[in-house]
Design a protein around this ligand. Structure first.
Ligand code: 6GU
Length: 228
């Protein structure tokens, strides 16, 4: 998968993909992440990328022209499966969207700042608008990092069997069951006997029951999901 990210703060995205599983994905050639500094497409002496909004009101808006010039320059080299705008008024990101997007070859992500981007870019270029939750971030960069991570770990060959994405919370609309490692007893706090017994069928049944119980208590909304 190839991901291009348009940003006015590339330095915010310098770290997140250089460690752990995202680093492994890139080292294996399964994931390419390319940061494009929108400032290179800025206008005038100050390479301006934002301006006051028409109609008045506080906050700057990212200008249509630098963004369109940047997007069209990128589109000369690549056909994007989706042009994604990260914005708090987008559709809330869910695992099923991550699963779907992880099967794409080429993605373009646009990080908004200030009051957001000129609506005409959304109308004419953006194909998908994503929010990572109901709260406001100062810009789309951290949201883009979240999305890249969520997609990168789903690419075939990135995770090994032990970390397989199949067992994640949400993958089957259930939260993950509790997990334990050595020692079997610490300060008198014991690991559930069933996990030490070696009866795999029993362990699986226990885990499923725990996952259901945890989901009922913490996220009953997930159990009433009947879409798809
Ligand atoms: Cl994608 N962007 C911003 N600025 N804030 C957010 C968000 C995105 N998702 C949740 N809050």
């Amino acid at each position: 998968m190839h991901i291009d990210i348009i940003t006015v703060h590339p330095e915010l995205l310098a770290g997140p993909f250089d460690h752990s599983i995202m680093k492994r994905a890139r080292d294996k050639g399964l994931l390419e992440v390319n940061l494009i500094d929108l400032r290179h497409y800025g206008q005038g002496k100050h390479l301006q990328v934002d301006d006051y909004q028409f109609g008045g009101g506080a906050g700057m808006v990212m200008m249509v022209e630098p963004l369109v010039n940047c997007i069209e320059a990128l589109q000369k080299n690549r056909r994007y499966d989706e042009v994604i705008y990260l914005t708090p008024d987008g559709q809330r990101l869910e695992q099923r969207t991550c699963n779907r997007l992880s099967m794409k070859e080429n993605l373009l992500m646009i990080c908004g700042h200030y009051k957001g981007i000129d609506e005409r870019v959304r109308e004419h270029f953006v194909t998908l608008e994503i929010s990572i939750g109901d709260y406001v971030l100062s810009g789309g960069e951290l949201a883009a990092a979240v999305l890249v991570d969520a997609l990168g770990r789903l690419l075939p060959g990135v995770l090994n069997d032990e970390t397989s994405a199949l067992f994640d919370s949400f993958q089957d609309d259930l939260l993950a069951p509790p997990v334990y490692t050595r020692p079997a007893e610490y300060r008198g706090w014991k690991v559930p006997d069933v996990l030490l017994g070696g009866n795999f069928a029993q362990i699986e049944a226990w885990r499923h029951e725990q996952a259901l119980d945890r989901t009922r208590k913490r996220r009953p909304d997930l159990l009433s999901h009947d879409d798809e």
